[in-house]
Design a protein around this ligand. Structure first.
Ligand code: ADP
Ligand code: MG
Length: 526
């Protein structure tokens, strides 16, 4: 197990990492950071969601000098990723005051030119816009030390190879070249052979992992409504003692605060607490004072509690080992526990990888609807009431009621008491969606355009199978499929649409490259 401190980073960078709430490097970071710091070329290969950004971001910021010229250039496939990566750099470079600038299409180029003229050390951009600035002479790479091809497989699948090669040719030959990717395809190999100097190919090792006897399920959620989804899931489960895992210390604190304000009995455990604070939290957990403990991986490692009924991965773990570690907290002493993992569309591939490598069978569940939660809640209240009656000791409450009993129907009194007690139970929420706009679909559905059709020997059953496998979306939620010679339209239920989109927007079917995107209403077929 490594610690960020083993990298001997400068105080300002280490402090920024602490502030971000990272407790320890993820496996791909542990493998890549030392190599990148040494200055060699690196191919870092790990699934989406495993922390590749900081794997290059930390050493690049560490190596940055005060010279206000472009020292590092990160190429990302999309505008969203450019913004995201720039945000991560800003956090890492917060104290060192490393200046970063994202450049991408769709934003005023004048604004970006001004940003570049003011002097930046790290530029993050999409291939097209980087080329644009190179042509205009507004982006100068003569002083470049490091270039990063981020999400390289995605960039190649999107057809950016020529731009990437053109950009590489504009950089000094003694540069450091880093390539990060979820997969290692022959295209990437070719690129690496041509443009990298004896790169170290680092990939997170896949030790055999054994999974404890625990039922495992996953819920598909969206980032924006994750908290509400969690509440619904908690409400629909009978949890006597549960641990909720978050990726960062910060995440732990924020979730604890949110759940406490919603009336849940929770407390937080993470590496920033003193021993006395930890002991106090653990005591509350052991004595059932709280029903849910929210923790980071590191904080939970040391704890030993019996009778944990539920482990909930609020943030999906970053590798199979830590998944196994987490769910090993439940189902002890011959009792079967339940491990619940929340997965967002972008993380779905990581979930599939964990499932493959742990040989686990995880069943997908839909976030309970409001009615489901209400019914489940009602059941729980009924049994709690019966339990309370059987336990007895109600005398003091009878006294509290006073003459209310004489003046009102006892059934009304019971209902009113229950109303007050259960007031915080359910909170309505609308499952916000990826916004696909008007796709010309049947109501309740989203229509997608797929860039291959009959001429690529695509059949409806191929599509249904791939969607089931890659997006975990069952056939019955798929609607009309229209296959034409060179393209296809497919409709899927709104709730599944983000998962289908993330899984298939860049993928392969029957060996053909596939590009799936929201359809436009006017291209409607009939
Ligand atoms: P990838 O590029 O591999 O898809 P990201 O770099 O986007 O993954 O990281 C995924 C998430 O994990 C981000 O929210 C990031 O802040 C978080 N993260 C990265 N490294 C760590 C770490 N060492 N500890 C906790 N969270 C981390
Ligand atoms: Mg990434």
């Amino acid at each position: 197990m490594t610690d960020f401190r083993e990298f001997e980073l400068s105080r300002r960078v280490q402090q920024a990492i602490d502030d971000m709430g990272f407790e320890e490097p993820s496996p791909i970071q542990a493998a890549c950071i030392p190599a990148v710091l040494r200055g060699v070329d690196v191919i870092g290969q790990a699934q989406t969601g495993t922390g590749k950004t900081a794997a290059f971001g930390i050493p690049i910021v560490e190596a940055a000098t005060p010279d206000m010229t472009v020292q590092a250039l990160v190429i990302t496939p999309t505008r969203e990723l450019a913004i995201q990566v720039a945000g991560e750099f800003r956090k890492i470079g917060k104290y060192k005051r490393v200046r970063t600038l994202p450049i991408y299409g769709g934003q005023s180029i004048v604004h970006q030119i001004r940003g570049l003229q003011q002097g930046v050390q790290v530029v993050i951009g999409t291939p097209g816009r980087i080329m644009d600035h190179l042509r205009r002479g507004t982006l100068k790479l003569h002083n470049l030390k490091t270039i990063v091809l981020d999400e390289a497989d995605e960039m190649l699948d999107m057809g950016f190879i020529e731009d990437i090669e053109a950009i590489l040719k504009e950089t000094p030959s003694d540069r450091q070249t880093l390539l990060f990717s979820a997969t290692f395809t022959s295209d990437i190999k070719r690129l690496a052979l041509r443009y990298m100097k004896s790169p170290e190919h680092l990939t997170v090792n896949r030790g055999e992992v054994t999974v404890p006897l625990t039922d495992q399920v996953y819920y598909k959620v969206l980032e924006r409504t994750k908290l509400e989804s969690l509440c619904r899931i908690i409400d629909s489960e009978e949890i006597s003692l549960g641990i909720i895992f978050c990726r960062t210390k910060r995440g732990v604190d924020e979730l604890a605060e949110a759940l406490i304000s919603r009336g849940y009995l929770v407390d937080a455990l993470h590496g920033d607490l003193s021993q006395a604070q930890r002991d106090r939290v653990m005591k509350r957990f052991r004595t059932n004072d709280i029903e849910l403990l929210i923790a980071t991986d590191v904080a939970a490692r040391g704890i030993d509690v019996e009778n944990v009924t539920h482990v909930i991965n609020y943030d999906i773990p970053q590798d199979p080992e830590s998944y196994v570690h987490r769910i090993g907290r439940t189902g002890r002493a011959g009792k079967r526990g339940l491990a619940i993992t929340l997965v967002t569309p972008r993380e779905f591939k990581l979930l599939k990888q964990i499932e493959r490598e742990t040989h686990a069978k995880m069943d997908g569940r839909d976030v309970p609807s409001l009615e489901d939660v209400a019914e489940r809640q009602a059941e729980i209240w009924r049994s709690r009431i019966v339990d309370a009656i059987q336990e007895g000791g109600l005398g003091q409450y009878r006294a509290m009621l006073g003459d209310v009993i004489d003046e009102h129907d006892p059934i009304d009194v019971a209902c009113a008491a229950l109303k007050l007690a259960s007031a915080n139970d359910t909170q309505a929420f609308e499952q916000a969606d990826y916004d696909f706009g008007d796709t010309g679909a049947t109501p309740g559905m989203v229509r997608f355009f797929v860039n291959i059709g009959r001429s690529a020997r695509l059949s409806p059953s191929d599509l249904v199978r791939v969607i089931a496998e890659e997006a975990g979306v069952p056939g019955q939620t798929i609607g009309k499929i229209d296959i034409f010679d060179r393209f296809t339209f497919i409709e899927v239920e709104k709730e599944s649409a983000p998962f289908v989109y993330e899984a298939l927007r860049q993928s392969r079917i029957n060996g053909s490259r596939v590009n799936l995107e929201p359809a436009k209403p006017r291209t409607r077929s009939r």
